[in-house]
Design a protein around this ligand. Structure first.
Ligand SMILES: [Fe+2]
Length: 416
């Protein structure tokens, strides 16, 4: 079979992108010890080593075994070990017990990655006809987007694990003092939006997950959206005003969570008198634990590690509400709007539901998104931990309302 020139070029570009994304995962794990990479701090969070292996398993299972002639699995037992939630692929190691996997070692996981990388690159370097390319290209692209999602989870999960350690170790020490933005937090401004019939969802060229499609119309009432995210200074006022002690601000389930979990501040905020802090840090006000360790709370930094319940209670306290996901999407390019991507994921008031006419991806990937469309809320925008270029205005992230270990914050909206 002869290769058409456009496919040769596209395959070469895809090989480069594959190498780049796979290397980025290893770079994220590089600051961590083998002990760090094995730990699972709660059932929702997975060990670093598991993320490195599971993303490899995805390429092996979805791409290589069905589509690479003569491919030999690295270790057939890994099929059970590193399947995450794919019922169609049979039983799997229980999610809450991923932290018990002292074997395979980090080195063995690296060897697994090398074995699969070589096979994927070989496949992309082989004679691929038009028809095979049409099958293989979308799977590789899905695998790379999947791996980027796990790169963010690798960071949020290890941050949770490190937050459980009284030494509060930094994932990566900051090279210097934290970057300061404006010295005084700028006042939030309301940006009026006309509403009306808007087009939402993904269309056109480029990758998108099935949950962003089909593009369709949504009817919005006139509304206003905040020009910036809610920042730590704003949120400290909510705390100081008794926000966590006032049931009238909270959804019923949210208030129950506050009571049951003893929430009094965002997940990684630390009170100045906390015994885990050194004497120097105990001098100041709020401290915040993050990827660079414990740092003084910065009033103008977006508030992060909030559950949906906390975001909704803050909005109630502020005399506002959360935007719906379509209000958010329609305002993405609004004049004067800032911080729409790359800071924190922004909780919306929208349930994670299928769009009208939604069809899951074909094959095994049908289980990727659709089966999670119940009991979760949509977040938009992307965070500091999201790989560059991974999100789009139509991108839908989703978590249950009590989840607070992600880089999740909020932007206000209101009716006009
Ligand atoms: Fe996954």
């Amino acid at each position: 079979m002869t290769l058409s020139r456009p496919i040769t070029q596209a395959a070469s570009a895809l090989r480069d992108r594959f190498r780049e994304v796979r290397a980025a995962s290893l770079a994220l794990a590089a600051p961590l010890s083998a002990e760090d990479q094995c730990i699972q701090s709660m059932p929702d969070a997975s060990p670093t080593k598991w993320h490195l292996a599971h993303t490899t398993w995805f390429f092996e299972t979805v791409l290589l075994q069905p589509h690479a002639p003569g491919y030999r699995p690295f270790d057939t037992r890994f099929h059970y070990l590193f399947n995450s939630y794919y019922e169609a692929l049979g039983p799997r190691h229980p999610r809450p017990q991923r932290g018990l996997l002292t074997r395979p070692s980090v080195d063995e996981v690296h060897a697994y990655r090398g074995h699969v990388d070589e096979a994927v690159l070989r496949l992309l370097d082989s004679d691929i006809g038009d028809q095979d390319w049409a099958t293989i290209e979308p799977i590789v692209t899905l695998g790379l987007n999947h791996e980027q999602q796990h790169q963010e989870l690798l960071l949020t999960d290890i941050l949770h694990a490190l937050s459980c350690n009284p030494l509060l170790p930094a994932y990566k020490p900051a090279a210097g003092p934290a970057l300061r933005l404006a010295a005084v937090p700028p006042a939030m401004r309301w940006l009026p939006q006309p509403g009306g019939m808007v087009q939402v969802g993904h269309e056109g060229q480029g990758f998108a997950f099935d949950n962003e499609t089909p593009r369709h119309q949504a009817l919005l009432q006139p509304y206003a959206i905040a020009d910036r995210l809610v920042n730590c200074g704003d949120y400290a006022q909510f705390i100081a005003d008794g926000g966590y002690q006032r049931p009238e601000l909270w959804l019923s389930d949210g208030w129950a969570a506050v009571q049951a979990q003893g929430w009094r501040h965002p997940a990684y905020w630390i009170e100045a008198n906390d015994p885990r802090l050194g004497t120097q840090q105990q001098q100041g006000g709020w401290q915040v634990f993050g990827l660079h360790g414990v740092r003084p709370m910065e009033a103008d930094a977006p508030v992060s590690q909030l559950s949906f319940y906390e975001a909704a209670a803050y909005a109630e306290w502020a005399g506002a509400r959360l935007p719906t996901e379509f209000e958010w999407e329609a305002a993405f390019d609004a004049p004067g709007i800032s911080q729409m991507a790359g800071h924190v994921w922004q909780w919306t008031r929208s349930s994670y539901d299928p769009y009208p006419g939604f069809r899951p991806m074909p094959g095994i990937a049908a289980e990727y998104n659709g089966k999670f469309m119940v009991g979760q809320l949509v977040l938009r925008g992307g965070s500091v931990a999201t790989p560059a270029g991974h999100t789009r205005p139509s991108y839908r992230n989703f978590f249950p309302p009590a989840a607070r270990w992600q880089f999740s914050g909020l932007r206000l909206a209101k009716d006009v």
